[in-house]
Design a protein around this ligand. Structure first.
Ligand code: ARG
Length: 581
């Protein structure tokens, strides 16, 4: 149990010893710090139950509080608000405890298995800025869930089964009509075919094919036909499709790596569709499938819906699978292979209707138990200065690779440390760039849009990733310079150290709320708050040259604690800390 939760439990006992029952105590730092570090307003609430004057109740509680030497400056304000502070000795104890074991300041949850779907990159199309937020938010939520004791697995859920691939294969057929893949009489070994196509080619081919299909009805028709062919595993087309998926997947993995985003499961929509037949059977047996102009659909409307709820598309009228059915099949696949307690979908908020349809269909078909939660964790878009989704200068879709490069160039310019070689600087600027991009993405509440402001994100001052990295590295370098290995806090001097301790104490609540709401903004804010408090302390005190050995050692230990908490939380957000910058 975290120190905070223990403290809350003990306060409950103290109140009980005073003769009153309180269900639970929520300790929050007081905003009247002149009166005390914490305020208990329990006496006011207990009035209703015990029909006594609040002051009387407060006095009874205070008498008990005074017996506990962890508390000091105990006083009653107004009609019965109890104020108190933590004694110095107890503050040192808290810091020493966290220093010894950082997890003593974290409350683990009851174990649960969770599958988090936060990839969604599309095979043969370059990852674009739209995939950035799901990667950042999803990865961080997964790390947070694991930190708090869940068994969480990330699934890349690649888009590898839809029409875009039909279009790509159509264009390859146009350009290389003699490839054996297109020869229905080919008897040879497909693995021996040299495909003259690289990932760059694929990234060129998709937009070309997509444009052609918009102007040429026949071209589009062919692409649809091809889509059906590889979906139904027609030999040559299916083999070519597999090859394209392999080429593209390697590149997708690289891009996710550069975002420090790792998936435990590398499924694609095609893997989920292996479950389609079983899914269809289940839905059909329940009488859920109906015909709609040649398509097979599931009605998911409810009588109390107050906005339109279109049916879920199982099979399109042209016989191809739809986006809806891939997600429904994925639920069945996950149930069968992992049997998780929860499934989280970290996907653009604009897809909320799609997920509502899919979740409703899953419940109707009973492919998951009622107690398995299905949740769409939506997010807003990253916009340009014009308030529209961020684009390249000429208005095109910005690839993730280009975006990352843009940010890295900006952070490169700002690394002025002369002792760093050019080569090293390049590597470091990647880590700083990642911090800039991730922190800026996680700082606003996930539901809101934000504007991409590269100069601001890369700044070494202010609420930015680089500021956090710079400060954290400075803590480490202070510890190194002082040759600190271990120590304990036995003495402190001013208010800023106390503020740091109280802020550290708050951590379990911050983590709890973040997990409950599946948001990261509070952790991002907390990191900044703790770091800024530490930096103030650092500016006010000359730790390294302090002549009082005891004080110096205590300060170094305090530094060590903040350093460790920063490392842990940065890692939770998916941010790497370079050795220097
Ligand atoms: N591939 C889709 C796209 O790029 C996103 C997939 C999101 N995840 C999901 N389970 N539907 O729009």
């Amino acid at each position: 149990m975290s120190i905070l939760k223990e403290l809350e439990k003990d306060l409950k006992t103290i109140i009980k010893n005073a003769g009153y029952e309180e269900e639970s105590i929520a300790l929050e730092p007081s905003n009247r710090r002149d009166l005390g570090e914490y305020q208990l307003n329990d006496a006011m609430q207990l009035v209703k139950i015990y029909h006594k004057n609040p002051k009387e109740i407060a006095e009874d509680i205070v008498k008990e509080l005074q017996k506990d030497n962890r508390f000091t400056d105990i006083n009653i304000a107004g009609p019965g608000f109890i104020n108190f502070s933590l004694s110095n000795e107890y503050t040192y104890e808290i810091l020493n405890k966290i220093n010894l074991d950082i997890y003593s300041n974290i409350d683990k949850k009851e174990k649960k298995k969770i599958i988090i779907d936060y990839g969604g990159a599309n095979v043969s199309k370059a990852l674009h800025v739209g995939h950035l937020r799901s990667a950042n938010i999803g990865e961080a939520l997964k790390r947070l869930a694991i930190l708090l004791g869940y068994d969480a697995l990330g699934d890349a859920h690649l888009g590898d089964f839809g029409r875009p691939l039909g279009l790509v294969i159509k264009e390859i057929k146009e350009e290389y009509p003699n490839l054996p893949y297109f020869d229905p009489n080919y008897e040879g070994d497909y693995s021996e075919i040299e495909l003259p196509i690289t990932n760059e080619d694929l990234e060129r081919i998709y937009p070309l094919a997509s444009n052609k299909s918009k102007e040429d009805e026949e071209y589009l028709e062919d692409a649809r036909d091809i889509t059906m062919k590889f979906q139904s595993k027609e030999k040559g087309y299916y083999e070519l499709w597999k090859k394209i998926v392999d080429i593209s997947k390697a590149d997708i993995k690289n891009t996710y790596d550069s975002l420090n985003t790792n998936f435990e499961i590398w499924n694609g929509e095609s893997d989920e569709m292996e479950f389609f037949d079983e899914l269809y059977k289940i839905c059909d047996e329940q009488g859920l499938i109906t015909d709609s102009e040649g398509a097979k659909v599931i009605e998911v409307e409810k009588s109390d819906d107050n906005s339109p709820m279109p049916p879920l598309m199982m099979v399109k009228s042209n016989g191809t699978m739809s986006y809806d059915s891939t997600d429904l099949a994925a639920i069945l696949e996950r149930k069968v292979n992992f049997n998780p307690d929860e499934m989280w979908y970290v996907v653009d908020g604009r897809q909320s209707l799609h997920f509502e349809q899919v979740f409703r269909a899953a419940r109707l078909a009973k492919i998951v138990d009622d107690n398995v939660s299905l949740e769409h964790i939506g997010f807003g878009t990253m916009n340009g200065k014009d308030g529209k989704p961020f684009k390249t200068r000429d208005g095109g879709v910005m690839s993730l690779k280009n975006l990352i490069e843009l940010v890295n160039n900006e952070t490169y310019k700002r690394i002025t440390n002369e002792s760093i070689s050019q080569e090293e600087k390049k590597e470091i600027s990647k880590e700083v760039g990642l911090a800039a991009l991730k922190y800026a993405d996680l700082l606003p509440y996930r539901g809101t849009d934000y504007i991409f402001e590269i100069e601001k994100f890369a700044d070494l001052e202010g609420k930015t990733g680089p500021y956090l990295l710079y400060s954290t590295i400075r803590m480490k370098s202070l510890l190194n310079k002082a040759k600190y290995t271990e120590g304990i806090v036995t003495k402190l001097k001013g208010n800023s150290e106390k503020d740091i301790a109280l802020t550290l104490l708050e951590l379990p609540n911050v983590l709890d709320r973040s997990l409950n709401t599946k948001t990261l903004n509070e952790i991002a804010e907390y990191l900044y708050k703790l770091t800024a408090l530490y930096n103030k302390f650092y500016a006010d005190n000359k730790v390294l040259v302090e002549s009082d050995e005891e004080l110096r050692n205590s300060w170094l230990t305090l530094t060590n604690v903040v350093y460790k908490v920063n490392l842990l939380l940065l890692d939770t957000l998916g941010i790497k800390v370079p050795n220097k910058m």
